[in-house]
Design a protein around this ligand. Sequence first.
Ligand code: ZN
Length: 299
Amino acid sequence: MIEFFERRLGPYPWGQEKLGIAETPHLGMEHQTINAYGNEFKRDDYGFDWLLHHEFSHEWFGNLLSSSNYADLWLHEGAGAYMQAVYTEEFMGDAAAHHRRYKSYLAIDSCLSVAPRGEFSNDQMYEEGTGSAANIYTKGAWVLHSLRYLLGDDRFWDALRVLVYDTTEPELLKSPIDARHRTTDDFLRIASEVAGQDLGWFFEVYARTGELPLLVSKQDGEDVLLHWQTAKDLSFNMPVPVRIGDSTVRVEFADNTARIADVQLREILIDPNMRILRQLSSLPTCAEQRLEEAGSGVR
Ligand SMILES: [Zn+2]
């Protein structure tokens, strides 16, 4: 597991001190150099102990990278959870990785943003109904998965390395180390620098807004028209993979819209490998979720 983190991110931050685990009755809690751990090394459906892996991920996302405001906690938990998804890709292959990601997609609360604006305490973030609670894990990981598609693998991992270490080529860190306090806006700045374009639109829709973007497709004469519908008509030009015949192409957007020429809607499949976080019919929309919570039974 540690080899995986070091290869994907960089050196274990406290390699000159220690890497320890203390077995406790509590399920798990990250602590710098020694995690509290109580999962009995059980393997999950993906063939490894997700909790041990998750707590290790916090040595990077949580202990080396820290946050001064709990509203930015998704940088700990979403990134931490995403590392289990990536490990599943490597360890078990695509089928297991898709399964894990789809299961976490279905757990998303489509009313809650992962990074609400303002100051939040830890208790507020985990408070039911107001905080972002489980969403910072599930949706947080999905935001990163979508960013990975947008940037491509190399630039995505570079962005995470700069976020955590300040550099794309981290060397073994000498102790003592000060944690780097990061905010969602820091991540926006870093990802924008790596991407060579302002990614404000990406973070506004995915991190700051609760409602997921909806991709509407329709036939328009000989062409297919794709349109991103967002809460408050936010600008959103997220490219989308589309399978046409035997090949999958990356369709770029302008003004939330894209046109695929000379093709029938029934001949294409949008985002065949689910690389992009969006509102699908399998997930209740925010409005549907609210109705459900109100006990109307309508869905
Ligand atoms: Zn965690």
